[in-house]
Write a protein that binds this ligand. Structure first.
Ligand code: SAM
Length: 289
């Protein structure tokens, strides 16, 4: 008997139905992204080629991708791509998948009126999206990016090379400010971070995509979710120039607790919160004296 020839449209429809049956969120979108990734076509190109046949060897790979998505592997780990600040980044299970709200950090820094040459430190760079997006936009800035995870630093390495920024982002490994202490000049105009801030007790409320696949070192920060932020707020003034700025992301229910942490530190002359698209305080910008 002749083997059935599948075409793009019927494959998309079949996969959408299969994802629906398995309660995968956004079933049609996921089907399109996965098939587009496999066939190296944008979603628009898929629409223009609905009647294109999909050959057996591609079907075999597609079947594996579908199985992994049913097991709730995040789409970005299956395609190894995530867009951030309109740039394409490599991601895999060694790093957190960058979130759109983190773009507020980069946009705020880019909008600030500063001198031409700034020195910036990113703590917990993960895939390197913040450091790389800044390096792409601010060629004259000196940028140092750190992470406690050597696995994450291997991913940043790929991204800084892909975006032609290898010479402009220095990577250091270690816990918070530890790797900075050895530098000849450990003071910065900017310290930026999207630290882990999820409470360990929230683990079971997370989607399987996050809970079972994203690195826990990138997500969890103790009982109250503040174990990294607390140290960041307390130690950052020691590494900032006068009028230097600390900017970092927080969880959507953490504004009051973070305000209290900032108030405890006399080194901050002012601070403000920046809201995300949902109107929640999600980024803190604090300036030292
Ligand atoms: C929420 S992820 C952010 C990754 C990336 N900057 C982004 O915005 O997508 C937090 C990152 O901080 C790193 N990290 C966690 N604890 C750390 C610590 N004590 N010192 C340095 N980096 C840390 C994790 O390995 C992870 O890459």
């Amino acid at each position: 008997m002749a083997t059935k020839i599948w075409h793009v449209l019927e494959l998309l429809e079949w996969t959408t139905g299969y994802f629906e049956k398995h309660n995968i969120p956004n079933p049609r979108l996921d089907a399109e992204v996965l098939l587009g990734h496999l066939l190296k076509k944008s979603r628009l190109q898929l629409y223009l080629h609905f009647d294109m046949p999909v050959f057996q060897e591609d079907l075999t790979v597609f079947r594996e991708l579908i199985k992994k998505r049913i097991a709730r592997t995040p789409i970005s780990y299956l395609t190894n791509h995530k867009e951030f600040m309109s740039l394409d980044f490599y991601v895999d299970e060694r790093v957190l998948i960058p979130r759109p709200e983190t773009e507020f950090i980069v946009e705020t820094i880019l909008k600030a009126k500063e001198g031409p040459s700034q020195r910036l430190l990113e703590i917990g760079t993960g895939s390197g999206v913040i450091a790389t997006a800044l390096a792409v936009n601010k060629a004259e800035w000196e940028i140092i990016a750190t992470d406690i995870s050597n696995d994450a630093l291997a991913v940043v390495e790929k991204n800084r090379v892909a975006h032609d920024c290898a010479g402009r982002i220095t990577l250091l490994h270690g816990d918070l400010f530890e790797p900075i202490k050895a530098l000849e000049s450990p003071r910065f105009n900017w310290i930026v971070s999207n630290p882990p801030y999820v409470m360990t007790s929230e683990r079971d409320t997370l989607s399987p995509e996050i809970r079972d696949y994203e690195p826990h070192i990138a997500l969890f920060a103790g009982e109250d979710g503040l174990s990294v932020i607390r140290r960041l707020v307390a130690e950052a003034p020691n590494y900032l120039h006068p009028e230097g700025k600390l900017i970092f992301e927080i969880g959507d229910k953490q504004a009051e607790s973070v305000k209290a942490l900032l108030e405890e530190q006399p080194a901050y002359q002012n601070y403000r919160f920046i809201k995300d698209y949902a109107g929640k305080d999600r980024v803190v910008l604090a300036t030292v004296e």
